[in-house]
Design a protein around this ligand. Structure first.
Ligand code: SAM
Length: 239
């Protein structure tokens, strides 16, 4: 726990250092966002709201920057921590979906405080319904789709996301190893038996899915990284 706090401080210090070559206005607004993100993190801890760990944010923002991804879709906004953090670390546009009115309203205020209204589009509603509606306007539009909502619905979110993904785009799911319990050898807490069973089935679905090339990355609570196989390019044919 202590190590993680030190790591986070170092990460934030690194971000501030990186900004020294940019103009003062940009520097102070990025610092304001870092303070806001710190407040949001404390708020989520006090109120028991699960948000992404910093190592997941760093991993995904590196992927976005390396691949020059422009359009990101997040399923499960909560208070907007992932969306604001990722937007700050990349120049991508984020669309994010949240079911809870309470979370939506908190996220809305945070996005406004971060002055990211023109970069982050927040949608209130049930993700599977919204995803179906988005198909009218955003077919093959998103470079990266991040799934971080109800664990029991992952397969549904995934299937409903496929048409929105660009060829060679990527779908990332968080908490895929669910506190280490999805690992066969670990003991399963009775309370989480159904979630763990669903996650195992979802992992099996991912690994057998011939349209995607999936890797499991054991950072934080486990991420699945599923690249869509672009049938018109031979980039992934050897995998
Ligand atoms: C783990 S939190 C998301 C954290 C956020 N991704 C972050 O790291 O900042 C999961 C959120 O998904 C939302 N959620 C659950 N089921 C949903 C659904 N079917 N559609 C949209 N949002 C949903 C919950 O209300 C909750 O706020």
């Amino acid at each position: 726990m202590l190590d993680m706090k030190i790591y986070e401080k170092k990460t934030n210090a690194k971000i501030i250092r990186k900004l020294t070559s940019q103009n003062i206005k940009k520097k102070s607004s990025a610092k304001d966002i870092l303070y806001l993100l710190d407040d949001m993190k404390n708020f989520s801890e006090i109120n028991n709201i699960p948000i992404c760990k910093i190592e997941v944010i760093n991993f995904i923002s590196n992927l976005i920057n390396d691949s020059q991804y422009k359009n990101i879709l997040e399923i499960g906004t909560a208070i907007g921590y992932f969306a604001i953090h990722i937007q700050m670390l990349s120049s991508a546009k984020i669309t994010t979906i949240e079911l809870s009115k309470k979370m939506f309203s908190i996220a809305q205020k945070n996005i406004k405080k971060a002055k990211k209204n023109n970069k982050i589009k927040l949608i209130l509603g049930e993700a599977n319904e919204i995803l179906t509606n988005l198909k009218n306007k955003y077919l093959k539009y998103f470079d990266l789709i991040f799934i971080d909502a109800a664990k029991s619905q992952y397969k549904k979110y995934f299937l409903n996301s496929v048409d929105l993904l660009k060829p060679s785009g990527v779908i990332i799911c968080d908490n895929i190893l669910f506190r280490g319990m999805v690992n066969e050898n670990n003991k399963i807490n009775k309370r989480y038996k159904t979630i763990v069973k669903n996650m195992k089935l979802f992992l099996e679905f991912l690994t057998k899915n011939k349209d995607f090339n999936t890797t499991i990355v054991p950072i934080s609570d486990g991420l699945s990284i599923s690249y869509k196989i672009n049938k018109t390019s031979n980039k992934y044919l050897l995998n």
